[in-house]
Design a protein around this ligand. Structure first.
Ligand code: CMC
Length: 455
């Protein structure tokens, strides 16, 4: 950054007499910005139902000729949303107002999906009908299976997932009118129902086994396990513990407000791009190791650490500013106390491993020991770095015999409903505009073109 803020720029709190109700949000006070030249702008302060107020800086450029600057959006709200709330200091996560702990204990992934998409928990009839709709949309257009013949046998499943989901717009384009509520519903059902089928097809390509068609008498997670692990040559018995564990993981992954992949879906969708392309963009964003790719990275890291005697060496590497290594599955932009999802998953990992008869897994013990060492280390305490959702999820996936390269795909299946809910919210908002951030330009100022012979 080349500019230093002027010392005479003042940011003060000014009280306005009237509270203005702007629909769901409420303006109360205003921040008064006084430029070095003395021009005053009152920036409205908006309150949501819970959480910090936000300063509406929309008119700042028009009135003061300056932009705000916040790389990584550390202090910037990008939209109004009534889907998910996080309090990072208290470790609170709520979907549509319901604490994730309660949903994890009492609900199911499909019920949570209905809640995220429609705003309320379903009645028994609504849930039955939603479940039936999802079960009857699980098949892919047969032509889509040809994509898998084109990919290399060892293609990463996330690469296939994003490509094939993007290609859905080539198959289902007749029901892609974003202004049509019925089309928006059909899109939501197709994404939720077909993602497990696409994910399983990618896995089957990697293993060289034949693709297994969905079986619609099975529930959501049973069907996924069937498509992943059944083979045509012999019967496959679904382990109810595995189906239950997956269902719980999907609930915990279902939404997380304006995270990187969800913001990507919103941004891509804000241009009016078709929703399948927007979801494909979200899948690509999720793949990164700082985001959903961390669950795969955690297992790779635990394998590299090998045994407890090496933990201190790796913790020292994570603290070394000259070493790019970071403790994967640790830290979070929002959670500065604990990630409630990590707590639920750690407890669940213990139970799942016990029920599956794998409680002696050295990987889980190593992870627990690493957590213990990091949580007692001054660096991690001072920077408020705690295990996040990805620290223990991979241990469960491993116990369910899901290969490491499929971990982020599992995350994507769970998160797909959150992406869809946010896309629907964004597209139904009459005030929504194309997402188009500004910048602080630090490149050359105007100069004249030099012919190549003179350079
Ligand atoms: N190991 C070592 N140091 C860390 C770690 C870590 N895992 N995470 C953060 N730090 C340090 C970081 O170096 C920085 O130090 P300093 O203040 O001296 O520069 C400080 O803590 C703040 O970190 P940051 O990178 O500025 O924080 P961020 O909010 O930009 O990044 C994060 C958040 C999740 C990307 C980061 O903590 C990280 O890379 N963690 C490891 C990857 C990971 O587990 N990602 C999954 C996130 S949860 C699932 C999801 O939402 O997708």
């Amino acid at each position: 950054m080349k500019r230093v803020p002027s010392a005479s720029t003042a940011l003060g709190y000014a009280h306005t007499a009237n509270q203005i109700n702007l629909g769901k949000k409420m303006t109360k006070d205003a921040f008064r910005l006084i430029s070095p030249g003395g021009t005053e702008t009152d920036l409205p302060v908006l309150s949501g139902t819970v959480g910090p107020d936000v300063i509406d800086v929309g008119k700042l450029y028009k009135e003061q000729g300056v932009f705000t600057y916040d790389p990584g959006y550390v202090s910037t709200g990008s939209c109004e949303s009534d889907i998910t709330y996080i309090d990072g200091e208290q470790g609170i996560l709520m979907y549509r107002g319901y604490p994730v702990e309660q949903l994890a204990e009492h609900s199911s992934f499909l019920e949570v999906s209905y809640l995220l998409l429609h705003g309320e928990l379903p009645t028994a009839d609504q849930l039955r009908s939603f479940d039936k709709t999802i079960r009857t949309h699980t098949m892919l257009n047969e032509g889509m299976l040809n994509f898998f013949k084109g990919f290399r046998y060892d293609a990463h499943p996330m690469a296939m997932l994003s490509a094939v989901v993007g290609s859905m717009s080539a198959y289902y384009h007749k029901e892609m009118d974003a202004s049509n509520p019925e089309h928006r519903d059909i899109f939501a059902h197709r994404i939720l129902a077909k993602l497990p089928t696409i994910a399983a097809a990618a896995y089957k390509l990697n293993t060289g086994q034949p693709f297994m068609y969905p079986q619609n008498d099975l529930n959501y997670c049973e069907n996924l396990l069937h498509m992943l692990f059944a083979v045509p040559a012999e019967p496959y018995e679904i382990d109810p513990i595995a189906a239950e564990a997956l269902d719980l993981l999907f609930i915990l992954h279902a939404d997380h407000e304006q995270n990187c992949s969800t913001s990507t879906v919103r941004m891509a969708g804000s241009s009016g791009a078709n929703p399948y392309s927007a979801i494909a963009a979200g899948i690509s964003a999720l793949w990164g190791p700082a985001h959903g790719g961390a669950n795969e990275a955690v297992l790779n890291m635990l394998e590299e650490i090998g045994d407890a005697s090496q933990i201190h060496r790796f913790v020292a590497k994570a603290k070394d500013k000259n070493d790019p290594f970071r403790l994967m599955g640790f830290g979070h932009r929002v959670y500065k106390n604990f990630d409630p999802r990590a707590t639920i998953i750690r407890d669940m990992a213990h139970k799942v491993l016990e029920k599956l008869g794998r409680s002696d897994t050295p990987m889980f013990d190593l992870a627990r020991e690493l957590e213990h060492v990091a949580l007692n280390d001054d660096y991690f305490i001072e920077k408020k770095l705690y295990p996040n959702v990805d620290f223990y999820s991979g241990i469960i996936y491993r116990a369910l015999e899901i290969p490491t390269s499929m971990f982020t795909v599992m995350f994507a299946i769970g998160r797909s409903v959150g992406w869809t809910a946010h896309w629907r919210e964004m597209i139904s908002d009459p005030t929504a505009r194309i997402s188009r951030p500004r910048q602080l330009y630090t490149g050359p100022t105007q100069r004249d073109y030099v012919p190549i012979a003179k350079r």
